[in-house]
Design a protein around this ligand. Structure first.
Ligand SMILES: [Zn+2]
Length: 417
């Protein structure tokens, strides 16, 4: 068999593997919520809060869709015309210099076109009082993001083009392994090395709430060393909590804004949801799916690299030469467009399972519902978003669905696990 046939076989195995992991680790279905419950939940929310959430999201729509469209046009121009290849070609010198500097130039150019729209978005966040940042702080965040992207991008670009150069027939295998390894490594390293660049984390102050949260984790048999508080208030008024990292780097992070604006019982409810993620190994599932997806993407790029018409459009002789970065970026963006809604559908089921876990662990659907209402109001969520937008872009069930799930729990209905 030729390397190409092996690549096709490997791709099929990886895709089947990912489908199996998704099938085994993501709930096949979630308990459907009743329309009557959703309506009652919506009616229980303050009318002004619902209107404000809807108005906020309507205001965000133009910059949001414009950014999606513009970045797509930019990567298609850079990747499906010789523009990207010309930019890399203009960087002289050693191939590694061309790969890293030329590659980063193309990647940043694609990102730069949406920067004005990101600023427009920030203007809206301020108008609605959600952002607490100064323009200086906002710009520092943007620059920090570029710096992190440059470091990660340089590693990926150098690794990819070095392998493609030195293992011409089989680079797809090494590239796939490397992409998977990098995904797993990032999952460990991100919370420890990257998150502190953007926020300060301090252990939660000793007191009844901290004791309660640690006791909750113990009752749930989830090993938690500490609960950290992030200084999110320097940037936003939004409230949140999350769990990130794997094994020894796993931590539960609570926004300081959540501690300020929610009752302790509601904070407990949020953390119970996060414990659900830890308990069900959702970070592991996400990492494994991400690694399989990254490996598949590398092999797909290798196979597409034999399509001469595509190479001609981009003005390159092969995907293994540094001038191909524009084409790779365009392919990755198109793959992301297709994969995004599927990813979100899986995410919504995982989130619904974590909600069910929180309800079972706290056995307090009233507080859970109050917490969802608070989250929605404070974060200016649209509690009952347009259906198509929800299906395409939402990573979590809608607020009214989550509140309806609490109502079903209160009646004694339980989701099958
Ligand atoms: Zn969650």
């Amino acid at each position: 068999m030729t390397p190409r046939v092996w690549a096709a076989v490997a791709l099929a195995v990886l895709v089947l593997g990912a489908a199996t992991v998704a099938l085994l680790r993501v709930p096949r279905r979630r308990l459907p919520t009743l329309a009557a419950d959703r309506r009652a939940a919506l009616d229980s929310l303050p009318v002004e809060a619902v209107a404000r959430g809807k108005a906020f999201h309507a205001a965000l729509r133009p910059p949001g869709y414009a950014a999606r469209a513009l970045s797509l046009i930019a990567v298609l121009l850079l990747g499906l015309t010789p523009l990207g290849a010309r930019i890399v070609g203009a960087v002289g010198g050693h191939w590694a210099v061309r790969a890293v500097l030329g590659g980063l130039a193309v990647v940043f150019l694609a990102g730069l076109v949406t920067l004005p729209l990101a600023a427009w978005r920030e203007v809206i966040l301020r108008r609605y009082g959600l952002s607490t940042q100064s323009w200086g702080g906002w710009l520092v965040d943007v620059l920090k993001g570029y710096a992190v992207g440059a470091v990660l991008g340089a590693v990926a670009l150098l690794g990819f083009y070095a392998i493609a150069r030195y293992a011409p027939g089989w680079w797809w295998a090494w590239g796939a392994l490397g992409a998977a390894a990098l995904t797993v490594l990032l999952s460990f390293v991100f919370p420890v090395l990257v998150e502190p660049i953007f926020n300060k984390f301090t252990p939660m102050a000793p007191g009844p709430l901290r004791d309660e949260l640690l006791a909750l984790a113990e009752r749930d048999r989830v090993p938690v060393k500490d609960v950290l508080v992030a200084d999110a208030s320097r940037r936003t008024r939004a409230v949140n909590a999350y769990v990130s990292g794997l094994g020894p780097t796993r931590r539960i992070v609570v926004y300081d804004t959540l501690l300020e604006r929610a009752d302790p019982a509601e904070v407990t409810s949020v953390v119970a949801h996060e414990l659900g993620h830890a308990r069900d190994g959702d970070v592991v599932t996400g990492t494994v799916l991400g690694a399989l997806g990254a490996a598949s993407a590398v092999i797909l790029v290798y196979l597409l690299g034999h399509w001469t018409a595509l190479l001609d459009l981009a003005g390159v002789t092969g995907v293994g030469e540094p001038r191909s970065i524009g084409l790779l970026l365009a392919l990755a963006t198109l793959a992301g467009l297709v994969a995004g809604p599927a990813q979100n559908a899986l995410s919504r089921r995982i989130e619904a399972r974590a909600d069910a876990h929180a309800l079972a662990l706290t056995d307090d659907p009233t507080t859970f519902e109050a917490m969802e209402a608070r989250l929605s109001t404070v974060n200016l969520a649209d509690p009952d978003p347009p259906r198509l937008e929800h299906l395409l872009f939402a990573s979590h069930p809608a607020t009214v669905e989550r509140m309806a799930a609490a109502r079903a729990y209160a009646r004694g209905e339980r989701a099958a696990r």
